[in-house]
Each structure stands twice: as C-alpha cells, then as structure tokens.
Design a protein around this ligand. Sequence first.
Ligand code: ZN
Length: 97
Amino acid sequence: MQQANTFKNYIWLMGRRIRAHRCQALSKRSKLQCKNAALREKHVCRFHGGKSKGPLTIDGKKRCADVKTIHGRETREKRKIRSKKFIEMKLLASLLK
Ligand SMILES: [Zn+2]
C-alpha cells in the first residue's frame, strides 16, 4: 500500500528537541519524500546531492551550461537589444503623430 505523499518542510529530531529542514528529494523507487534532515543551508541531504559543490572547473561549467541550454535563440543580450529597439520604435511612432 502506497502512502499519500504529504510533503513536509521540517523534520523533528532527538525526540522533538531539534527541528531541522527536511530533505526535499523524492525516492526513485517509492516516490516518497526522503526522511533525512537536509544539510545546513541546503534543501537536500548528503545522499541527494547536498554535499555537491557543483561544477568547479571551467570545462565542467561549460559542459553544464551546454546541457542546460535549450536553443540559445533567446538570451539576455538579445532581449536587451530588442527592448532598446522597441523604445526607439515607440519614439519614432510618437514623432509621426
Ligand atoms: Zn535526502
């Protein structure tokens, strides 16, 4: 019988003497929330990547960015250029009136 998945943000430890953040990861097999306490200033426990520092080398960071990039057609730079052009266009349109 599968338990209803009620997600909790905190977990009580040491007989309700310590309240800690609860790990926010889900179990692959049972699809239930992890029952461990999260690491300090993290959302997950050590088993679910809480000890990870993320990519450290330049090569690793580039690999991570490549995986996260979906298409690259919409970037912050392009949005900035587009908003500048839009302001220009509005100014020109106001001059025509
Ligand atoms: Zn966990």
